[in-house]
Design a protein around this ligand. Structure first.
Ligand code: GLA
Length: 462
């Protein structure tokens, strides 16, 4: 099975690949000799299934062509030196025996350190190797296309390769999903899973516990177009993301307690459903019955669970949600169970490919956006405006993708309407604002399912 295999190693004719060649030259200029290997990890676009991976539910992303690429050389010291082709990302060096990850400042190198430390911890490496690394990224940062997880995955793959140890793609994805938590965000495993398990030409249904990826054949008559709202959102720099994770966790516990279950050991809405043994529609009815739409104060939650505030803080809430005063449990749980059902419906339409497949998939994407906007409240006015413009410009479905609160939309556009669509979105969203216009070239593009992470070695010269 492909997922039991390690990430592939390919031979690349570096001298014929402009990006690799440039990276190699910059590496030599920086470190004085040539890299011994390269590694790449792609970003992703999530087609449907937002904010449900950390609740245990399946999601449906595909890898994009944009990636993080590293050129690497192992050295005989215990120092890892990091530099970036983008001069705004400053050089950094660290002793492999003393890795500290600053949760208060999500600087670029901290994501690399997550992957580095994740692999070291996984193997309990007693004397990890030092290395010189030069990184180059083409995924727009803070745009919901998973640039940060791609960096964590690339660092994990680099560390694995440099230390001569192996893991399967699935183990690597799980390790990288866990170690991204070192930066303080409580993400699920979608981004790391698709970065390792992606295959060119196919989107994937990613399921968890156990992690597995199944091909999803997208309809041939449409393309997926990514459009950046140009509102940056870094999920480690704010508490929005973790508040949602906590709200889902609290909803799980409050419902479980109301049903006389062992609520202390339940963290995910998906595990709650499995324990109750009911379907997603029935879960929506349970939410309706048990939870109320008014926000819950911390005091009310403590009362429901029979605990005090100290216990709530110490045993349930993350570091950056300790002082949140109210939590919306009903709306978040409604979104999660509804969205989980939409993912399965989307996969079914792709499998069965009925004549109106594009319309059905578009409807599901639109419902997903409305749910993200109204129930999960992870959109923003610019994303909502961009979704509206995309729909008016000919998309059959359009929604925010990734964590939200900024970043990108993904739209499904009939192939026959693609050129008109691009022109119309340019006119209505990008040309109306100078800052957006400046970013336009890298902000609006059609994409197709790309390949997963891999190690590249320089091909021998003939
Ligand atoms: C981020 C997280 C993912 C997922 C999405 C929202 O990208 O890293 O695990 O939760 O947000 O769907």
């Amino acid at each position: 099975m492909a997922s039991c295999a390690p990430p592939p190693t390919a031979r690349a004719p570096v001298s014929e690949n402009a990006r690799l060649l440039k990276l190699k030259e910059m590496f030599i200029a920086k470190y004085g000799s040539a890299p011994t290997f390269y590694a790449r990890a792609p970003g992703r676009v999530n087609l449907i299934g937002e904010h449900i991976d950390y609740c245990g539910y399946a999601v449906l992303p595909m890898a994009i062509e944009q990636d993080i690429l590293a050129a690497v050389q192992t050295v005989n010291t215990q120092v890892v030196q990091l530099s970036n082709t983008n001069p705004s990302y400053l050089d950094f060096s660290v002793n492999v025996k003393n890795i500290q990850i600053d949760k208060t400042k999500p600087l670029w190198h901290n994501y690399f350190l997550c992957g580095l430390k994740g692999i070291q911890d996984h193997f309990n490496l007693s004397s990890p190797t030092g290395m010189n690394c030069l990184l180059d990224g083409t995924i727009p940062a803070s745009s919901g296309l998973s640039s940060s997880s791609a960096l964590v995955c690339c660092a994990g793959l680099v560390t694995l390769t440099a230390n001569g140890v192996t893991l399967s793609k699935v183990e690597l994805a799980e390790t990288c999903a866990r170690c991204e938590h070192y930066i303080g965000t409580e993400g699920g495993g979608m981004d790391q899973s698709i970065s390792f398990l992606a295959e060119e030409g196919t989107a994937k249904l990613i399921e968890f516990s156990p992690l597995r990826a199944t091909d999803v054949k997208l309809p041939t008559g449409a393309v997926f177009v990514i459009a950046n709202s140009c509102v940056e959102m870094n999920k480690a720099a704010t508490s929005h993301f973790n508040i949602r994770v906590m709200e889902c966790r609290l909803a799980t516990k409050v419902i479980a307690k109301s049903r006389g279950m062992d609520w202390k050991n339940l963290l995910k809405l998906g595990d709650l459903q499995a324990k109750l043994g009911v379907n997603l529609k029935e879960m929506l009815a349970v939410v309706e019955e048990v939870l109320h739409p008014e926000p819950y104060t911390r005091e009310e939650i403590c009362e429901c669970l029979g605990i005090n505030l100290e216990e709530l803080r110490a045993t349930i809430l993350s570091q950056n949600t300790q002082d949140v005063a109210t939590f919306k449990l009903y709306q978040r749980a409604q979104h999660v169970y509804g969205e989980a059902a939409r993912v399965l419906a989307f996969k079914k339409v792709c499998d069965e490919a009925p004549a109106n497949a594009i319309q059905l998939l578009g409807d599901l994407m639109n419902q997903s956006h409305v749910s993200c906007r109204d129930l999960y409240e992870c959109s923003c006015p610019e994303l909502d405006q961009l979704v509206d413009i995309c729909l008016q410009s000919g998309a059959i479905g359009s929604r925010l993708t990734g964590a939200g609160w900024g970043g990108c939309t993904v739209s499904m556009v009939p192939i026959s309407k693609l050129s008109e669509f691009l022109l119309s979105v340019q006119d209505s969203y990008y040309k109306t604002n100078d800052q957006r216009l400046a970013l336009q070239q890298r902000s609006l593009f059609a994409t197709k399912p790309g390949s997963g992470a891999m190690v590249l070695l320089e091909a021998e010269k003939k």
